[in-house]
Design a protein around this ligand. Structure first.
Ligand code: GLC
Length: 734
């Protein structure tokens, strides 16, 4: 986000005209209140949803018809800076009040969660990051921005940039995986895609990087739980994605719920002012997460709402999402000298700067033609991009005896409730999808005229249907495609799980099918990495399908029949059993790395190795790496190697380069991803490739938060995942 001198002057002039109350109004991110339309109080409705008296679907139906109060009078009084919502007609109505009925006509920011697409729903981030395709990640963000504007949204609460290492945490599904390097490339691509303001005014939005910071390090993988870590870990693992996003000019950030080393991130001036605004140079603003300011009282860091509000604003938190604490108390706090006018002006200036950068003063409304564009069917290029992203996100985890791809004419049996659930392909944080846009796996197979019988048999909840299982076993095809995994509601916010094996009786169903002599191809629909120890050992073929978005059925079908050769890789490690979590590849070596000998770092009752490592993914062809050579120039190390397609179909491989700083002033990970490239090769074709590693990227942050590059021995690894690699050593003097 860069403002011209003229724009900066506009902001200063406007700020100079504002009253104290109008300034405070800009800090208020308002949510419409639910005022009825159903016969129980809203709080009771939430309780009914939580304790299962009503289903998610029933709740959604009730909410769709609920009456909402958008607090028009507060907007008219200039006491609202931003509203949450995704209805373009309502957005124009509220914007009209702000622009035409307030004293200064300051337009509203319309914020909404667009995490992996709006109506065109793309794969969940953990899946899309696994494409290792920066260009694709940027293009899907650009399309999400364009759709957002058409729905009246000009501020996306995205990208979610939480590097996550513990798959018990439900929000691992929303983020770009466990590796800071890959996640930082994801961050850059998303900011460029969302904030691409070199196009027309209605095709870019303000991004909001979240959740700042280290929210994903919650103890025991339990959402909202406490986090604590060294300065070096904060800087080397959890801050890099936000640093990268700020370097791309991200407009805003959202403070996270967690306390970090004893200070909630909502009131943490070290992370907000010193690091994010100081060191990383955020020019926009920071918004709290929902209710985050009030929760500082619950954290035990603030006496009451007033105390929490003053603490937050003084710590560098500029906008209050959903509590109205700033709205109610900051004007008095300024009069009492508890918040300086300079602090208040800084917050307001940052918010106004984003509004000016978005062009809202010139173009505050959603053009009618943009609204019309999404009333009917999705434009075909939207559907095509959803399909491309879905296809590239699929990871082939196992394929014994080349069971896959299936022959299109061969008959097979399809089982699993999830196969016929178009509403379950979208994944967590999909809030504006249309069921008719969604292609289930069963529908995808039907569209391709596949030859199969379908028996639901079992889903992530509920018992096995014995009759349907019997029919599936008695069917005359020996191949069973079993779609198993998680409901969308089993990952995302407030969805931590202690047991991350296949939920319900799905594994039992698989065991019965295997026992009956069936060749079972498992197609996973899940939001988090699952503990797949049994499946990886006993099933001949496994496709990781994640929640791929509206074109999931089309993409899975094309991969099952070999029209698309899978190229996805894992952006997160998969454990074999729950107890191995948190499990990630870029760990320190320890003094006793796990091995067969007793007194080493391992479990008595679980394997040392992961089930599937970071960066892993098979293809319908095979690739061979050879001839790794390292050369060095002033600025970088260059790894040259040969990659050959040794199979009989074309395929795309993600060649990966890792490094190890063998001896340093702090123990360093055994491997760290430092570069990658997607390479398309025809059967028998080989290519001489190079992957470079900039010397300035070979350092790390120490516990003084100082980035250091230390002379010494480095190992360079090149391969198709984080485990099976070629390696060479090199001594570097920086
Ligand atoms: C939620 C989430 C955050 C989201 C916000 C607004 O609690 O933590 O990711 O953007 O509220 O919906």
């Amino acid at each position: 986000m860069k403002l011209s001198e003229t724009q900066k002057k506009f902001v200063e002039d406007l700020l100079g005209k504002m009253t104290l109350e109008e300034k405070v109004g800009q800090l208020n991110q308002d949510s419409p209140s639910i005022v009825g339309g159903f016969d129980v109080p809203f709080e009771e409705l939430i309780e009914m949803l939580t304790d299962g008296r009503i289903s998610q679907e029933e709740f959604g139906k009730i909410m769709a018809t609920a009456e909402r109060d958008f607090h028009e009078d507060d907007i008219r009084a200039g006491m609202v800076g931003s509203v949450m919502g995704n209805d373009p007609v309502k957005a124009n109505e509220l914007q009209k009040i702000a622009v035409e009925e307030t004293r200064l006509g300051i337009p509203l920011l319309m914020g909404f969660d667009v995490i992996h697409g709006l109506r065109s729903v793309f794969p969940i981030a953990i899946a899309e990051a696994g494409t290792f395709d920066d260009d694709l990640m940027e293009r899907t963000a650009q399309m999400a921005a364009k759709e957002s504007r058409a729905y009246g949204i000009n501020w996306n609460f995205a990208p979610m940039l939480d590097v996550a290492r513990d798959s018990r945490w439900g929000r691992v599904s929303e983020g770009p995986g466990e590796d800071p390097f890959l996640a930082s490339k994801f961050a850059r691509a998303k900011i460029k895609g969302l904030q691409n303001n070199n196009d027309s005014v209605d095709s870019y939005v303000a991004a909001c990087t979240k959740h700042y910071v280290a929210y994903s390090a919650c103890e025991a993988g339990r959402d909202y739980n406490t986090t604590s870590m060294s300065t070096s870990q904060l800087y080397n693992v959890y801050l890099p994605t936000f640093k990268a996003a700020m370097e791309e000019g991200a407009c805003s950030a959202m403070a996270s719920f967690n306390d970090l080393n004893g200070v909630p991130c909502t009131v943490n001036s070290y992370t907000l002012r010193d690091i994010l605004k100081g060191e990383f140079g955020l020019e926009g603003f920071v918004v709290s997460d929902a209710n985050g300011i009030r929760e500082c009282v619950t954290h035990g860091i603030a006496e009451d709402d007033v105390d929490a509000g003053i603490m937050a604003l003084n710590a560098g938190l500029d906008m209050d999402m959903g509590t109205r604490i700033f709205y109610n108390h900051i004007a008095q706090a300024v009069k009492d000298g508890k918040v300086s006018m300079e602090t208040l002006d800084d917050a307001v200036r940052r918010i106004l700067s984003v509004k000016v950068w978005l062009g809202l003063f010139e173009n505050p409304y959603v053009p009618q033609e943009a609204i019309e564009a999404y009333k009917a069917n999705l434009p075909k290029e939207h559907i095509a991009l959803c399909e491309e992203a879905a296809e590239k996100s699929i990871v082939l985890l196992k394929n014994e005896d080349k069971l896959l791809p299936l022959n299109k004419t061969d008959k097979f049996t399809l089982v699993g409730e999830l196969a016929d659930r178009p509403d379950e392909v979208v994944g967590a944080w999909s809030l504006a999808w249309e069921k008719d846009d969604c292609v289930s796996i069963k529908a995808g197979l039907e569209n391709a005229n596949a030859n199969f019988e379908y028996y639901p048999v079992c889903g992530p909840e509920g018992e096995i249907n014995a009759e349907e299982l019997k029919l599936a076993i008695e069917s005359d095809s020996d191949i069973v495609v079993a779609v198993v995994g998680e409901y969308t509601s089993m990952s995302g916010e407030a969805s931590s799980k202690a047991d991350i094996t296949l939920p319900g009786h799905q594994q039992e169903m698989l065991k019965k099918l295997v026992a009956a002599g069936k060749k079972v191809v498992a197609v996973l629909m899940n939001g988090r990495p699952l503990a797949l120890g049994w499946e990886a050992e006993k099933l001949p073929a496994i496709l990781e399908g994640w929640h791929l978005g509206i074109q999931m059925g089309t993409a899975i079908t094309k991969v099952l029949f070999g029209e698309v050769n899978p190229s996805g890789k894992l952006s997160s490690t998969f454990s074999s059993v729950n107890g191995q979590e948190p499990m990630y590849y870029n760990h320190p070596n320890t003094g006793r790395p796990g091995s067969k000998s007793k007194f080493t770092s391992k479990y008595l009752d679980a394997p040392i190795e992961p089930c599937f490592p970071f960066g892993y993914g098979l293809s319908y062809t095979t690739f061979e790496y050879s001839d790794l050579k390292l050369t060095e120039n002033k600025d970088e190390i260059i790894a040259s190697f040969t990659l050959k397609n040794t199979g009989n179909v074309a395929g795309t491989e993600v060649a990966q380069l890792y490094m190890q700083d063998v001896t340093a002033s702090l123990v360093r990970p055994v491997r760290e991803l430092k570069n990658y490239e997607r390479v398309q090769l025809n059967p028998g074709e080989s290519k001489q490739l190079t992957l470079s590693l900039r010397k300035c990227d070979m350092g790390f942050y120490n516990n003084d938060a100082k980035y250091v590059c230390e002379d010494g021995l480095f190992r360079i690894y090149v391969g198709g995942n984080s485990k099976d690699t070629m390696e060479e050593e090199i001594r570097i003097k920086f």
